[in-house]
Design a protein around this ligand. Structure first.
Ligand code: MOS
Length: 745
């Protein structure tokens, strides 16, 4: 088993046959069903709750409201896995539309829904102004610290060429195909939660703190997650309300959030309004750069979408500043979504670079090569590895970038305008401490165990591949057990860190198994390897072998049986190396998009797409490609379709199903070619990986927006790029830019 070779998913058969049990699929005897009641006002108080008609319905077990809910604990310090600080059902006050105001528990989901419709809640709305979008009057809250590098007095507006523009992105929702769901089972004082989560330990941590039970008394099980994109990274109130409901009725309770409730239950991406000011010399060399972002958050939490936080690392611009501020709106708390900060920030940066390319009359790819950063300009640290030039070269060659005509609107396909756009991508190579164990059995099979997560990315297959490679056995001989908090603890599966964090722990445990077997063999007169030097023995083909003479081999099964061992099991905990902080660690990539635009209808179709990415060692070329294609599909959605619309008269998102919230479907997706540029990274992880979970979406929306400009000459700076915006008479002056009349580009 060699790392990097394409491997079909080992969990594919259970998934496609429906045998894989997700959080709301597990069969539990005596199960009751909870349904959330959600507020239908934005701000105010609950005046009265009448549950009489609902309680009289057949099958209703309990209706929990703030009048009956036991108090939940208030943790003295913030808990990192808490999605929102507002704990519902603790009083009559309402802070946003959709705030949970009750849980109806019944014998069936249908009975719970029917009863929920009969609960009469009377509200006293607050006589206070509400705000749902970023406006000049949005109340500013604290922001993240500014990032300043080089000379802050060098103003981009004094340069020979300046691009000074505003870019904006709308509210967006994750919309995983599996909405959040929790099944809670109490057994005396111990609690088992089947939960759809990216962070088993985070669920345990928060539920323990709010319910006042020992973390050791909580087991969280999550073997499969049906997509997440950041929505299940932190823990939302329905999780602990499910546990509370199960305690109240003395039966297991399943609480599955509905698609519509998902829009107000598990976070969303906040709005961003970003201003980028680039200053360049006549030839296009960047001299200074400013990137400021304002993003929305809830009244009660300061969630920062870190748009622009990574702007300074991208190009060799000696001077710059980036800063972020928050604007408070009357919605629930937003959260991380699909490369939070990078996907929004690179939309602005990579469009601004495209605008600069036209201003200085340089090919957009040449402009990026001219400003190629050989060290991280913000920290002056060297890169752990960077093969972006290869990404540009291979992507451009595959795409046929050289055939692009420079003038916007100059390429046609019959009545349709052709546009070609490109953008750079970068995503940090994150790594956290993690643990795993590996067992090798006498019959030749192995078991990998780790409390990490499979949310569609291919974690089962990747961990099995890493173990098989280290043990010198076939991947089909490896079973992976994941998604259970009783297994060795790992980290949140967020920030594209799973392979960098858990991969090394699996490899270390597997290598320890081999070390143990080598020690047994070289001390055993019955072994052909007796008295060999440990360093001269390697594992290959289910045997230990002499490096210098591979035919001198001792089968692993024989070593175990000679020592009467049914198996050898080893556990390992790994963490980033101390020296890693001396490097700037990123995966990089380049996007090339071709669009067709109908000038009469304003319809944009992505016709062709090439992405070239360098993310260190690839563990499984098949699933890595799928991850990157998924990121690009997310980028196409971000560019052309996705937008959560708030109706201020109602006070919530009115796009709250998959008909109104538009995500790309197969017919929207062109052939996507992904090039995996070979690379090794010796800093981030001993496996050489950097992660591919979010890299594919970073820059994708900009490549498409740049292609739309190339096709039409219209610069749309406010996502999504819709036909009505493209056909607007002032299409280059979108909603975002109109507010800043002084903008020039
Ligand atoms: Mo991911 S959006 O970092 O959970």
């Amino acid at each position: 088993m060699t790392l990097g070779t394409p491997q079909p998913r080992i969990d594919g058969p259970v998934k496609v046959s429906g045998a894989a049990a997700y959080a709301s699929d597990v069969k539990i005897p005596n199960l009751a069903f909870g349904v959330l009641l959600c507020s239908t006002i934005v701000k105010g108080r609950i005046a009265a709750i009448d549950t009489s008609a609902a309680s009289a319905q057949p099958g209703v077990l309990e209706i929990i409201t703030h009048q009956t809910c036991p108090p939940l604990l208030r943790p003295t310090k913030p808990i990192p896995s808490q999605g929102q600080s507002l704990v519902p059902l603790q009083g009559p006050d309402i802070c946003y539309y959709g705030q949970h105001v009750g849980v109806v528990v019944a014998e069936s989901f249908e009975a719970a829904c029917a009863a929920a419709d009969l609960v009469k809640i009377t509200y006293t709305p607050a006589n206070a102004p509400t705000q749902f979008a970023m406006t000049k009057s949005a109340k500013a809250a604290g922001g993240a610290r500014d990032l300043v590098w080089g000379d802050r007095t060098v103003s981009p507006t004094k340069a020979a060429f300046t691009v000074d523009q505003q870019y904006s992105t709308p509210y967006q929702h994750h919309n995983p195909i599996e909405p959040p769901a929790t099944t809670a089972i109490w057994n005396g004082d111990t609690l088992t939660l089947h939960d759809s989560t990216q962070w088993l330990a985070g669920v345990r941590m928060l539920v323990a703190a709010l319910l006042g039970i020992a973390p050791a008394n909580i087991r969280v099980i999550s073997p499969f997650v049906g997509g997440s994109f950041g929505a299940k990274r932190v823990v939302w109130p329905h999780v602990y309300l499910a546990a509370l409901a199960a305690k109240t009725v003395g039966r297991p309770v399943r609480l599955a959030v509905t698609r519509t409730q998902m829009y107000t239950t598990a976070g969303y991406r906040p709005q961003t309004v970003q201003r980028i000011t680039l200053g360049a010399r006549r030839d296009g060399t960047l001299q200074s750069l400013q990137h400021t972002a304002t993003t929305t958050t809830s009244e009660f939490d300061n969630f920062i979408e870190p748009a622009g936080a990574k702007t300074g690392m991208m190009y060799a611009c000696p001077n710059g500043r980036s800063s972020r501020t928050l604007a408070k709106v009357d919605l629930g708390t937003p959260t991380t979504m699909r490369a939070p900060g990078e996907s929004t920030g690179f939309f602005a940066l990579e469009c601004a670079m495209d605008e600069l390319a036209y201003a200085v009359k340089l090919d957009p790819l040449k402009l990026r090569l001219l400003n190629y950063a050989v060290v991280d300009p913000t920290t002056k640290l060297p890169w752990s590895s960077k093969s972006l030039k290869e990404c540009y070269a291979k992507g451009a060659a595959q795409f046929g970038w050289a055939k692009r005509k420079a003038t916007p609107g100059s390429m046609r396909d019959g009545p349709l305008l052709i546009g070609m756009g490109m953008a750079s991508a970068a995503y940090p190579a994150n790594r956290s401490p993690a643990s795993a164990s590996v067992s090798l059995f006498a019959d030749g099979h192995a078991v990998v165990q780790s409390a990490t997560h499979e949310m569609g990315g291919g974690t089962y297959t990747a961990m099995a591949a890493i173990a098989a490679n280290a043990l010198g056995i076939d991947i089909r001989q490896v079973q992976a057990q994941l998604g259970d908090s009783t297994l060795p603890e790992t980290t949140v599966s967020g920030g594209s860190r799973t392979i960098n964090s858990v991969g090394p722990a699996v490899e270390a445990a597997a290598l320890q198994v081999i070390d143990r077997l080598v020690a047994l063999a070289i001390a055993d007169p019955a072994s052909p390897l007796y008295q060999a030097e440990a360093g001269q023995v390697v594992a290959a083909g289910a045997s230990l072998r002499l490096k210098s003479k591979p035919s001198c081999a001792d089968p692993i099964a024989k070593i175990l049986s000679r020592h009467n061992l049914p198996s050898v099991q080893m556990s390992a905990s790994t963490a980033p190396s101390a020296g890693a902080s001396k490097y700037s660690q990123y995966a990089f990539g380049a996007h090339f998009a071709e669009v067709r635009v109908d000038p009469d209808l304003g319809e944009v179709r992505v016709a062709r797409y090439v992405g070239a990415f360098a993310a260190g060692q690839i563990i499984n070329a098949l699933t890595a490609r799928s991850q990157l294609v998924g990121g690009i599909v997310g980028g196409i959605g971000m560019a052309l379709l996705e937008e959560s619309v708030v109706d201020p008269n109602i006070g919530t998102f009115i796009t709250r199903n998959l008909a109104d919230y538009r995500v790309p479907v197969h017919a929207d997706i062109p052939p996507i070619e992904v090039i995996l540029v070979p690379e090794q990274d010796s800093v981030t992880s001993p496996l050489g990986t950097k992660g591919v979970g979010e890299l594919g979406i970073v820059g994708a929306a900009a490549a498409i927006a740049n292609a739309v400009f190339h096709a039409t000459g219209k610069r749309l700076r406010d996502l999504p790029i819709t036909p009505e915006k493209l056909l607007a008479p002032d299409a280059s002056q979108t909603r975002a830019t109109r507010r800043r009349r002084s903008a020039r580009g």
